[in-house]
Design a protein around this ligand. Structure first.
Ligand SMILES: [Mg+2]
Length: 269
C-alpha cells in the first residue's frame, strides 16, 4: 500500500461526542503532526465557520487551525464558484454558509438568484420555504450543503439540513445538488485542498452511510472507527444498506494510530 498522502478526518463520533473529546483524539492528531501526515478536519456541518470549528476543537484539547477545517459550506461555495464565478446566490442557512459564500466572491441576494443554497437554518419558516421554491421554479439551481436528516443535540436528535431540504425538494420537485457526505463532492474538494488526488487520500470516520460512503464514492481509501454510530451489532446492516465496506476497521483511535504508523512504514498490505 502506498504511503498516505492525506487524511480526511470526520469530527463528531470520531474525535468528539458533542462537547467531550473521544479518548486518544488529542494523541492521534499530535501523532499526525509529528509524523508530517497532512490532514484536514472534514465536516458536513454548514453552520459553523472554519474559525468556530477550530476553536471548538482547540477548546477540547485538540489544537486546530481554521486552515485545517473543511466544511460543507466551503465545498458548496467552491462548487458554485467553479460552475459560475461571482454567481448570485440566495442562502437558507447560518453564519458558516453566509461567510463561505462571501469569501468565495459569490453575490448574496434576496431577489431571484442563480443558485439557492440551503444548509441547517434554525430560522427556516414557511416564508423562506416559499421563496426557495419560487426561485427554483424560476430556474435557480438547488444546492443542499448536507443531507443529514437528524443531528445529535443535548436533548437527543433534532432535524438537520436534510429534513429542511426534503421540504424544498417536495415542493419544488427538483433534486438538489448534494455537497456533503455521502456525496463525493466534499471529499474531492478536501483532497484538492491538500493538493492530492482522492485516490491518495484516506477518509476516517464513524459512519458507514456518510463518511465511508463519501470516501468510497470519491475513490479514497477508508478507515471506520467504532467510536460513534457504528457498533458490532449494526455494522453488517450499514454495509448491506450502502453496499460499501471500509478498507480498515479500528475499534478506537489508539488502534488507528498503530495502523497509520504501520501504513507509513510500508508494512500495511
Ligand atoms: Mg461522525
Amino acid at each position: 500500500m502506498e504511503r498516505i498522502q492525506g487524511l480526511l478526518i470526520d469530527l463528531d463520533g470520531t474525535l468528539y461526542h458533542g462537547k467531550h473529546r473521544i479518548e486518544g483524539a488529542d494523541l492521534f492528531i499530535r501523532m499526525l503532526r509529528e509524523s508530517n501526515v497532512p490532514f484536514l478536519f472534514v465536516t458536513n456541518n454548514s453552520s459553523r465557520t472554519p474559525e468556530q470549528v477550530a476553536q471548538h476543537l482547540t477548546g477540547m484539547g485538540i489544537p486546530a487551525e481554521p486552515e485545517e477545517v473543511c466544511t460543507s459550506s466551503l465545498a458548496a461555495a467552491s462548487y458554485i464558484s467553479h460552475e459560475l464565478p461571482g454567481a448570485k446566490v440566495a442562502i437558507l442557512g447560518e453564519e458558516g454558509l453566509r461567510t463561505a459564500m462571501i469569501r468565495e466572491g459569490l453575490e448574496l441576494t434576496e431577489e431571484q438568484p442563480q443558485y439557492v443554497v440551503q444548509g441547517i437554518d434554525r430560522s427556516f419558516n414557511y416564508e423562506s420555504l416559499s421563496k426557495a421554491v419560487e426561485w427554483i421554479h424560476a430556474g435557480a439551481i438547488s444546492v443542499l450543503t448536507n443531507p443529514d436528516l437528524l443531528l445529535p443535540s443535548d436533548h437527543g436528535l433534532t432535524p438537520g439540513a436534510g429534513s429542511l431540504g426534503a421540504a424544498i425538494e417536495a415542493a419544488s420537485a427538483v433534486k438538489p445538488v448534494v455537497i456533503g457526505k455521502p456525496s463525493s463532492i466534499l471529499m474531492k474538494y478536501a483532497a484538492d485542498r491538500l493538493g492530492i488526488s482522492p485516490a491518495d487520500a484516506v477518509v476516517i470516520g464513524d459512519n458507514i452511510r456518510t463518511d465511508i460512503a463519501a470516501g468510497a464514492h470519491a475513490g479514497c481509501k477508508t478507515i471506520l472507527v467504532m467510536t460513534g454510530i457504528t457498533t458490532e451489532h449494526n455494522l453488517q446492516d450499514h454495509q448491506t444498506a450502502t453496499g460499501v465496506k471500509p478498507d480498515f476497521i479500528c475499534k478506537d483511535l489508539m488502534e488507528t494510530v498503530g495502523l497509520i504508523r504501520d501504513w507509513q512504514q510500508g508494512t500495511v498490505t
